[in-house]
Design a protein. Structure first.
Length: 131
């Protein structure tokens, strides 16, 4: 059994016909070396990845609906807390640090591959820095 997924986002989930969810693709972040992907990581890294994913999903809607992403982040953290018994929002500085780390990674990725998507992680960095 694995401690974390390593590259958790909405694209790594499937919803079944029974309404249940499945998580797929446990290889970790493909850009990271295998040794790094195998090393123990805090679960908050996966939580931050999923929280960042809600911003991307919200940006596909025109006009962009930031409130939807905010509600999804809150609902995800609430569900996580109910299931895991630990609320990731209990340590906001740690969660913000991992979200920021993920957003900075996304800036580099988007600059290299999809420059028109740069506003997604850049707006997150602005939001996270304002806290």
């Amino acid at each position: 059994m694995q401690r974390i997924h390593g590259d958790l986002h909405l694209g790594q989930t499937l919803r079944g016909s029974d309404g249940g969810w499945a998580v797929i693709d446990f290889e970790g972040e493909p850009a990271k070396p295998l040794d790094e992907r195998r090393s123990p990581q805090p679960t908050v890294r996966d939580i931050a990845g999923m929280l960042r994913s809600f911003d991307y999903a919200a940006r596909t809607h025109r006009p962009w609906n930031a409130d939807w992403a905010t509600r999804c982040r809150a609902a995800y953290c609430t569900g996580y807390a109910e299931t895991a018994g630990v609320d990731p929002r209990a340590d906001p500085a740690l969660l913000r640090a991992y979200e920021t780390d993920k957003a900075v990674y996304e800036v580099v990725y988007e600059a290299r591959h999809r420059p028109d998507w740069l506003p997604v992680p850049m707006s997150a960095i602005e939001r996270l820095a304002a806290r």
